[in-house]
Design a protein around this ligand. Structure first.
Ligand SMILES: [Zn+2]
Length: 230
């Protein structure tokens, strides 16, 4: 079966436990405990991405509701690696895998608690990945499980779920795009910085012109990133 997406995830008890640990370990980003208290018990909370934050520490982007609201949590790499994984398949089915847990004091996690995985294969993802023929628009990686349909204009800030507000990006390039390390200009030139200097290349565009990323949305994103950098 073809994997569509794969994530590590928190159950509510695991999230509570990891958050308490991060608090105890005096890490920078923790989640407000009362927010966790109010989360449903039977949902899975995907770690949609992470960045290497400091030595042995990851900053996790945890999706805490169906609208895709993200909370940041800094945690050790070891703890992250013990989180269960969930795989979504093209046919809409999913499979959960548990790892050995070195933290015995937390509440025992039970698979039967999961009723509703949060992430359904969204129409948006299907359409965007389809338009880009399941390839990252920057590096042309074509492993669907590592691809994301990235919004140019965030949905939580009013961006639409239309193909021209999306770009198919691999996990790495999505993080770089979000953080401003990789810039996609309104003329579809891609700029990345590395040790040697700035590399410019063309974005790999969809076949259909009407699916091209909207220039105004790219402009908007570009301005926001510039504001953040200054
Ligand atoms: Zn890529």
């Amino acid at each position: 079966m073809e994997i569509y997406e794969e994530f590590r995830f928190f159950s509510k008890p695991l999230l509570k436990e990891a958050n308490e640990a991060s608090n105890r370990e005096k890490r920078n980003k923790c989640i407000n405990p009362s927010l966790i208290e109010n989360l449903p018990l039977d949902f899975v909370f995907h770690v949609v991405k992470f960045i290497y934050h400091r030595k042995n520490e990851l900053r996790l982007f945890v999706e805490i509701d169906e609208t895709g609201k993200i909370e940041l949590l800094d945690t050790s790499i070891t703890r992250y690696e013990t989180l269960p994984t969930i795989r979504y398949f093209k046919n809409g089915k999913h499979e959960i895998n548990f790892t050995e847990r070195p933290y015995p004091n937390g509440r025992e996690w039970q698979e039967s608690e999961i009723k509703k995985p949060l992430r359904k294969q969204s129409k948006f993802r299907k359409e965007v990945l389809g338009a880009y023929k399941n390839c990252c628009a920057v590096c042309e990686l074509n492993l669907p499980s590592l691809l994301r349909a990235s919004h140019i204009w965030d949905v939580k800030n009013g961006g639409p779920d239309t193909i021209n507000n999306g770009i198919a990006l691999c996990v790495n390039h999505e993080i770089a795009f979000d953080s401003g390390l990789l810039i996609i200009k309104p003329d579809y030139k891609v700029e990345t910085k590395d040790k040697i200097g700035v590399i410019v290349k063309e974005l790999k565009l969809p076949e259909n012109k009407s699916d091209y990323p909207c220039k105004e949305y790219l402009e908007r994103k570009f301005k926001l990133i510039n504001k953040r950098v200054k």
